[in-house]
Design a protein around this ligand. Sequence first.
Ligand code: EPZ
Length: 422
Amino acid sequence: MDSILVRGGGKLSGQIPIAGAKNACLALMPATLLSDEPLTLTNAPRLSDIRTMTELLSSLGAEVTSLQEGKVLAMASHGPINTRAEYDIVRKMRASNLVLGPLLAREGHAEVSLPGGCAIGARPMDIHTDGLAKMGAQIDLRDGYLHAKADGGKLKGAVIDFPFASVGATENIMMAATLAKGTTVINNAAREPEIVDLADCLRAMGAQIDGDGTSTVTIQGVDRLHGATHRVVTDRIELGTYMLAPAICGGEVELLGGRIDLLAAFCEKLDAAGISVSETENGLSVTRREDQIRAVDVTTEPFPGFPTDLQAQMMALLCTANGTSVLEEKIFENRFMHAPELIRMGADIEVHGGTATVKGVSKLKGAPVMATDLRASVSLILAGMAAEGETTVSRVYHLDRGYEHVVTKLRGVGADIERIKS
Ligand code: EPZ
């Protein structure tokens, strides 16, 4: 398994291009199942998760052609459609569950393996299945698969109240509802930019959707959807991750394609910590106002709150802040696995349940550390970039799931980082 070698270095300067959003693309790709006409995605990120979704959709009978070195995905689902999503693919990536709604909408039935847990939590699907049941789907769990069947072969519109603003459940129900008979209203829907991006794409395909980006999304079912071409929205999590590079190392970096509206709560926290974010004609520019970061408290929440996917990276920044910071992880039950690895680098962190207390130290020290999940892996790289000495991050396959060309992008702004092939 490859590893990443980082040597603590000086200030950064230059530009980092931000790719299309992994979490938008993983919801947009299954939308091809909703139409027998071509759906083309541009600005797609080049990631292993996208290759996994490609493998899954191909197993269902969709054609997915990767063009322009993976930046364009030309898809078509002429049929026949295989409605069984096999465990050996689904287990690799939880987002595979986003084929459930489209398969039910297209074919009236589906067998989708439960993804199984992952490092950061149990990741149940009750909000997805309860919502689909309200739309007339009979769903049974047997031998690890969700066996779903729409009454009369077609889903019906329904009013669905989510107990939690689940991103994936909002996406699954929204896609299922585009072809249902009648109107569906999702109350307490997720408001993430990836939801709006999916709604934009579905509307381009002929769907009738209103309220995306708010807590109430209304979908008027139509008889069929047609093809479309859609540009994947900028990846706000990659953006926030790289904004933390100059925050941690000093210097000034411009994030090409960055938009403040994608990360308002995160930018507020950066400002409170002493980091300046300014809009440029090509994106966002980030610099550190003072020599030392100020401690800030962070609580992760559904959008527009502070994103859980940036919690690990923010902790890396706060390890050397002036004072004590308290981070509360309210979205996932086990998302502090980066803390013990940061402690190996000299961080002073105490974790109790969903709360991590970080007492700032003057400097971290390089050490061999292990990536445990996608966002933890990049948090350790950021920490290593400002630490004294060398840090080796192992198990970087986690990294390849969500960050394209991370070594190239960081070397481009002066980081001393390389990938060690093994
Ligand atoms: C999406 O996951 C993202 N993944 C996650 O990003 C992100 O962390 C998460 O949303 C929250 O923003 C993709 O978009 C592919 P949820 P998702 O349904 O849809 C519980 C990354 O690093 N829940 O909003 O699975 C669940 O267990 C990944 O890129 C239920 O209890 O998130 C979790 O505690 C990690 N029942 C919370 O809600 C359900 O039916 C948030 O889940 C569904 C979810």
